[in-house]
Design a protein around this ligand. Sequence first.
Ligand SMILES: C[S@@+](CC[C@H](N)C(=O)[O-])C[C@H]1O[C@@H](n2cnc3c(N)ncnc32)[C@H](O)[C@@H]1O
Length: 327
Amino acid sequence: MALLAQIQEIFLSLINPWQFMYLAASWFPGTVIRLVRDRKFGVLLSPSQLKDIWFSNFWDWFAPRLRLNAGVRVIPLLEGRTTGGLVVEEPAGPGIGGTILELGAGNGNWVDIFSDKYLEQSRAGGAATADGSSGVEVVDTTLATHRGGGGAGSEKKENKKNAREPVTRVYGVEPNRDLHANLRRKAKEAGLEGVYEIVPVGIEDLDNPAKWGGKVEKGSVDCIVSILCLCSIPEPRDNIRELYGYLKKGGRWYVYEHVRRDEGWGMRAYQSFVNLFWPHFLGGCQLCRPTEQWLREAGPWEKIDVGHPLEEEWHHTLPHILGVFTK
Ligand SMILES: C[S@@+](CC[C@H](N)C(=O)[O-])C[C@H]1O[C@@H](n2cnc3c(N)ncnc32)[C@H](O)[C@@H]1O
C-alpha cells in the first residue's frame, strides 16, 4: 500500500508540469476571443504582444494561488526567517528593508509585504494577510509546490517574529505592461504610493534611462528580491552579474527561484524534455538554469545562506533554491 502511494505520488509529480502547461494553455482561447471582440487585431498579429497579454491573463488568475502555496516560503524569506533553504521560527538574519529592487514584480503578488502596514501588523503580532487569502482554492502546481509542514494556505495562521526593516523605496521591474494595472493597484492598496515605482523594462535595460526615463544608481540598493523571475530574464549569467553591481556593500539578494536539477540523469533528462515545451506556455520561463551557480559567481559575497527546501524530493521537475546572498 505504501509502495502504491509512493508510485502515485511520483506519477502525480511527473505529470504536474503538463497539468500546469494545460492550465496556462486554457487561457489562450479566451485571450484571443477578447482581443477579437475588442478589435485589437494588431495585438493578435504580434506574437510578442499576444504572448504578454496571454501570460498576464493567466498570471492574474494564478498569482493568488501561487501566493497561497509559495507564501509559506517567500514570506519567511523576506522576513529573514530562512536558513539552509528551510523556514525557521526565529530570524536567522535581517529581513528586507531600505531601497529594494524587485525583479519581475508581475502583478504585485508580493507587494504588500513591502508596506509599513504589513510591518506594523506583523510587529503587533497580527496575521499578515494575503491578497488571495479569501475565496481562492489551493491549486497544487509545480511552480509553487509546498508539501511540508504548515501546508499550502497556512500563511494566514503565521504569527512569527520577523526581522523586516522599514522600506524606503521599491523599484518594481516588470517589462510586461499588461501586468502593470494590477501591480499599480496593489501598490496603492498597500499604501506604497510614492514609494513603489514601476520600472517598465526588463532588468537588462535598468541602466538605460532612454528606455524608461529613470535611473537606479549602481551600489545604491539595499535588497534585491527575486521571486520566480531569473528563469525568465535574457542572458541570465551576464545580467545576474550586472545586478550584483546595484547592491551596496552589505546589501542582500533574497532569492526564491526554480532551478536546473543537478543530480540524477533521469530527472535531468526529463526536465530538459519538459523544457522543450514549457517556455512556450509560460512566457519564456526556462527550467534548466543553474541560477545558484550564476549567483555565486556574480561577485564576492560575504555570506551565502541558500538551500533546497527539504520537501522537494528527487521527482520534482522544478526544484527551488531559497535563501539570501549578502554582499
Ligand atoms: C513567473 S512570473 C513571477 C512574477 C512574480 N514575481 C510573482 O511571483 O508573482 C515572472 C515575471 O518575470 C517577468 N520578466 C520577464 N522577463 C523579464 C526581464 N527581462 N526582466 C524583469 N522581469 C522579467 C515576467 O513578465 C513575469 O512577470
